[in-house]
Design a protein around this ligand. Structure first.
Ligand code: SF4
Length: 238
């Protein structure tokens, strides 16, 4: 199957799913067709080795107070040439324990959503604004964000994704540099350094407000992000 056939098949499947209505991510995962070509094959390469340099530069970081309570730095994981990068605000307890982003309940939901789009987790990249767990899962403080943000910026420059998806208010507010009302802003396109940025709800918020409306909203946002990433990949390879 050609790349355009794959994109067409996925797009048709997503439209069909939207027409069915939303009643849970797992059902979408089950009915999505097999995608024979990895999204990475339609994505121009970023500088994968640059990610390793960023991680090396971060080292056993003590640049802000969050290092005092952490078990592990959660740098981020996934495809160094990812078409989409998902960004949350900071690691939670399970992430701090394992050193991996989005592996708790919210992470499981995010993984289902990623799968429903036709991706595996290894196809995309997942990280956070800060790489050490804020105590009690509070939002990161401005000085903590300021200390950690340069490393996120370098990660994004290294990956050069087609689209960034921010998860929750702190992530979009940080990248856009102003206070953002997530309920009004989600689902609308913005830009970070010329990369299209789609804000949506954090999966933890979705778990707390698991209504048809919130699921539909996030699904719409992610589908728009996927379609934009596919369009840009097609243009890059034209
Ligand atoms: S949150 Fe970032 S800047 Fe602060 S200690 Fe952890 S890695 Fe360093």
């Amino acid at each position: 199957m050609s790349e355009s056939d794959v994109r067409k098949t996925v797009t048709q499947a997503l439209r069909g799913l939207a027409a069915e209505g939303i009643d849970g991510w797992p059902r979408r995962t089950a009915v999505l067709p097999v995608v024979e070509a990895s999204p990475t094959e339609t994505t121009p390469p970023g500088d994968a080795s640059a990610l390793d340099f960023v991680r090396d530069d971060l080292g056993e970081c003590t640049r802000c107070g969050l290092h005092e309570g952490r078990n592990a730095i959660v740098f981020g994981e996934g495809n160094p040439n990812a078409p989409i990068v998902f960004i949350g605000e900071g690691p939670g307890a399970e992430e701090d324990r394992t050193g991996r982003p989005f592996v708790g309940r919210a992470g499981e939901l995010l993984t289902k959503m990623i799968n429903a789009l036709g991706y595996e987790r290894s196809d995309i990249y997942i990280c956070n604004i800060v790489k050490c767990r804020p105590p009690g899962n509070r939002n990161p403080l401005p000085d903590e964000v300021a200390s950690c943000l340069p490393f996120l910026e370098r990660q994004l420059e290294a990956i050069a994704p087609h689209v960034v998806v921010t998860l929750g208010k702190p992530a979009v507010s940080t990248l856009l540099g102003r206070d953002i009302a997530i309920t009004r802003t989600r689902g609308t396109w913005h830009e970070w350094n010329n990369i299209p940025l789609m804000p949506t709800f954090h999966p933890a918020y979705l778990l707390r407000n698991y209504t048809r409306e919130t699921r539909q909203a996030v699904w719409d946002d992610l589908r728009a992000a996927k379609e934009r990433a596919d369009e840009l990949a097609a243009i890059a390879h034209a």
